[in-house]
Design a protein around this ligand. Sequence first.
Ligand code: GCB
Length: 615
Amino acid sequence: VLGQSAPLPPSTVTSSLPLATVETEPLLVSADMRDALDLSGAWHYSIDPFRAGLAGFHGETPDAGQRRFLDIDVAKEMARDTRTLYEFDLAHAPLAILPSSWLTTTAELRHYQGLMWYQRHFAAPIKRTGRTFLRFGAANYRTYVYLNGQPVGRHEGGFTPFAFEVTKLLRDGDNQITVGVDSQATPETVPPPVTDWENYGGITRAVRLISTPDTYVDDAWVRLTRAGRIAVDLHLNGAASARRAVRLRIGELGLDVPGSTDAKGDWHGEIDAPAALTRWSPERPKLYDVAIDAGDDHWRDRIGFRTIEVRGADILLNGKPIFLRGISMHEEELGAEPTRAITPAAARALLSEIKDGLHGNYVRLAHYPHSEVMTRAADELGLLVWSEVPVYWMIAWSNPETLATARNMLAENILRDRNRAAIAIWSVANETTVTDARNAFLRTLVADARKLDDTRLISAALLVDHGKGPGAPVMTLADPLSDDVDLLAINTYNGWYTADRLADLPATTWHVPTGKPLVFSEFGADALAGFHAPQKFSEEYQADYYRATLAMAARLPTLRGMSPWILKDFRSPRRQNPDFQQGWNRKGLISETGQRKLAFGVLSTFYESKREADA
Ligand code: GCB
């Protein structure tokens, strides 16, 4: 497989490009609401399995390779001087349509993990004033950016947005952008190499060129506080950001809140929520047009207002107890050849299966931050969201750089999506084994999340100890992180990965702390759509497994929701049972092309009656 012979693991390639983090990069919150030049479309691509473009021919000279991407016409240079040598010539390389993962670009790239170069030309917007930023929705996993042959910056992390200011590098007329994306995971990356999903390398979300005034709203967070006030925090960025007049307006509510930034360009404003406010809920996902005038900038977004909190073992949405009727989902569109390009239509197709098909009110967006297209669709359709970072399985808990990466990812995710009413829960990890180093790592993330957002619940999907009773299993949650989270979340697979008989599940004994709400963040069983037999991998077994697990769930007094694993069969290279899996994790309630399995009906019927009982 290409790339596996690469002599230099990505972590040993040093790059002098500045690293973009939440401390250094423009945040451009709600960037997708701003006018922009969308660079989606055809880009040239070329593999670079030895990372020569970054490290030089022998791997010795950091960044010497960037010379290969200078803004020159290679063919013309060679014609002018026949002794000229260039081995990279992106202008004549084949084309791929972005955003998408390269895994689907050609058959031979299907399993490529490594460095890929992309390049295209574009015309700068005419009549530019103010400042211009290049914003990436996401690129998986390490990204190196050059504009017109000049270094711009780099980023680490495959699922969160990042941006660079390019005001000075941008030229009138034609511009050339070159982007290296390295998908290879290492033991130090987040996530590490061993996961249970396809690693879709590439530029998987839109790249957009955004223009703003000289002083612009870089961050704005507008929300309903638990005290019932509409609050705004805003940060103006630019030379003239201090002591500027600002104004928050929500026309439909007749709300007009004036204020002024402080010496640092920050503003905090608050006002009692008007009586006429319709609170956002899955039943009525009301969004308001929110506008902020600040300095010369006009920021806008569509925002819902609701509160989410816990009281004892209850989850309260807008003050009322709620049961989370959910399911988990990967960021992978329906179809036989997914490439992780989530369009609004693809997001709606998936979420509608949950909302309308399953009678759900909740989705776990596993196991990493999904596209902002997805969280916007959840806001619009009315689905509460569990949002998480890929702190998954075997993380390098003691490595300070890994911690820094995870913290940055969490911050990028929260800052991007704090304005989404749909998001109810930030999760910091999935299925991680308890050690002191792990506890310290996750506690740092929990503290970060709380500091960035005091209006949502914090959780992590935890492992439970499985013990044998006389017949039924005995399950014990003994994770010290239980003390740190607001919501206890458990992944359980009794009767699938264990030899427990399904008939014994309802009698399972659970030892779980009782002072907090509990959700089943996962449970599930594989079934190949269309396979009917009295055995594992059949639709019947999966349906029976769901019946048994729901019967078990009914006996857990503090259970307040669930997000079974998973809505749709998803690509996973580790799943190679030739008869049933063929590279797909088959725990979907629908197949990759959307065929519903029997268990879909089981869950749908359960949720429909639950919804009626709770109404
Ligand atoms: C889990 C993991 C999830 C896997 C699933 C499975 O516990 O959290 O990522 O895909 O089990 O199918 O085994």
